[in-house]
Design a binder for this molecule. Structure first.
Ligand code: UGA
Length: 435
């Protein structure tokens, strides 16, 4: 099938690459010229495991091509995915101007039949607005369908998630649109992955409600972790015990520094806002968001309690990305932690396998901040080690070696990545979350 993907951001690029890899002919439209040049060379502007390989393979086979012309994209295919940004505006609402702009441009040049598919995360009933825009700007002979096909990709495992989906959701309003989705996702449904056909409004809600629910789950377990610390129980045991209940499940019950990234913090706020606009008081989610923000302040309070005066303390930080296997630092806990510790005069030694470059843009190296490629060199002579992102290499660190190179073997683990018994056995002063 011929497919156009508009916007080669995280979602657009993974969608384009994976659909090309399942045998479709994909045209990907990207207006930022520096990004476009990188893509044309077969390189990915973002770090996502496996993405560069799939891109290179499909560029070579001719299954995917890149352009900055939305006009070419609009003419190329019947099915067009809108994967443009929907950033958070100051009020917490999603800013949908890029969605409108893309819909308008498509409308102005479209001919025949077009299925416009919302892939970006948008508030419920955005499909109505998109339809209105298409009507407003298009030639009356053009036939449009608007559908919602939300993504459930996790950064760091997006290719796996795309090809092994728990579910594919397609919110449609016509048989014609439904048939396109059935054809497009046949390689997946044939393997037994479910395709749920819903209405566009339900599909839009499924996305926001799913992300908000997962965020809620994380805040819930973090509150239980607070309680564990007070009463002397171990949150890991509690989470395991809860997780065995199939109705609850163990996933997303990892206590720690809470959620960051480009999705949960933004989506939960947009969902609260959307509920509010529709006269529904969703303060439950508001609370989840407050709880999440308080993880960072509580962690900082723990550091201050253990180090007392922060000024001139050498602190090593392992992990800057908002989660492992990504270079993304959006809403990463490391940002708040580094900012506060530098304000208090600490000497920071930072290490992250992929996010250093992005982090350097926010916090350039200076007298107080130094970056290290080698995680042990970063810890040399440190008064404390903070584990903020649970990259595999950090979780599997040689603790004996770590102990021998630190001035004081003090580890404050924000992700419960290490085993307390082992740390005790090795003589490391160890603190974690809810244990
Ligand atoms: C999330 C969703 O998981 C995807 O399904 C969704 O498609 C995506 O948002 C999106 O809307 O685009 P992502 O933000 O990449 O994916 O990462 P997650 O793995 O969900 O983690 C989000 C945050 O929660 C991370 O900061 C992570 O450290 C934190 N987290 C996760 C916890 O603190 N505890 C957990 O138990 C799980």
């Amino acid at each position: 099938m011929k497919i156009t993907v508009i916007g080669a951001g995280y979602v657009g690029l993974v969608t384009a690459a994976c659909l090309a890899d399942t045998g479709n002919e994909v045209m990907c439209v990207e207006k930022v010229s520096s990004k476009l040049e990188t893509l044309k060379k077969g390189e990915s502007p973002i770090y996502e495991p496996g993405l560069t390989e799939v891109l290179k393979k499909n560029i070579a086979s001719g299954n995917i091509r890149f352009t900055d012309s939305i006009e070419d994209g609009a003419k190329f295919a019947e099915a067009l995915f809108l994967c443009v940004g929907t950033p958070q505006s100051d009020s917490g609402k999603a800013d949908l101007s890029q969605v409108e702009e893309a819909a308008r441009h498509i409308a102005e040049v479209a001919e025949g039949y077009k299925l416009i598919i919302e892939k970006s995360t948008v508030p419920v009933n955005t499909h109505r607005r998109v339809k209105m825009t298409l009507k407003r700007y298009a030639n009356p002979n053009v036939v449009f369908d608007v559908a919602s096909n939300p993504e459930f990709l996790r950064e760091g495992s997006a290719l796996y998630d795309f090809t092994n989906p728990d579910r594919i959701v397609a919110g449609v309003e016509s048989e014609r649109a439904k048939a396109i989705f059935e054809e497009l996702y046949k390689p997946f449904t044939e393997k037994g992955f479910p395709l749920l056909i819903t209405t566009p409004a339900a599909a839009e809600l499924i996305k926001h409600a799913s992300n908000s629910f997962l965020a809620l789950k994380i805040s819930y377990i973090n509150m239980v972790a607070d309680l564990c610390e007070k009463v002397g129980a171990d949150i890991e045991l509690v989470a395991e015990g809860m997780g065995h209940d199939k109705r609850i499940g163990r996933a997303f019950l990892n206590a720690g520094l809470g959620y960051g990234g480009s999705c949960f913090p933004k989506d939960i706020k947009a969902f609260i806002n959307m509920a509010d606009e529709n006269g529904v008081d969703f303060s439950l989610l508001q609370e989840a968001d407050y709880i999440n923000a308080s993880r960072r302040t509580k962690y900082l309070a723990k550091i201050e309690d253990l180090l007392w005066i922060i000024k001139d303390k050498k602190i090593c930080i392992w992990g800057l990305a908002f989660k492992p296997n990504t270079d993304d630092i959006r809403e990463a806990p490391a940002i708040d932690i580094v900012r506060e510790l530098t304000e208090q005069g600490a000497e920071l030694r930072l290490c992250d396998p992929k996010a250093e470059e992005n982090f350097r843009r926010l916090f350039p190296e200076n007298g107080q901040i130094k970056y290290y490629d080698d995680m042990y060199k970063a810890a040399e002579g440190a008064d404390a080690l903070l584990l903020i992102t649970e990259w595999k290499e950090f979780v599997e660190a040689d603790i004996k070696k770590l102990k021998s190179i630190m001035t004081l073997p003090l580890v404050i683990d924000g992700r419960n990545a290490f085993k307390p018994e082992k740390m005790k056995e090795l003589g490391v002063e160890y603190y974690s979350i809810g244990r």
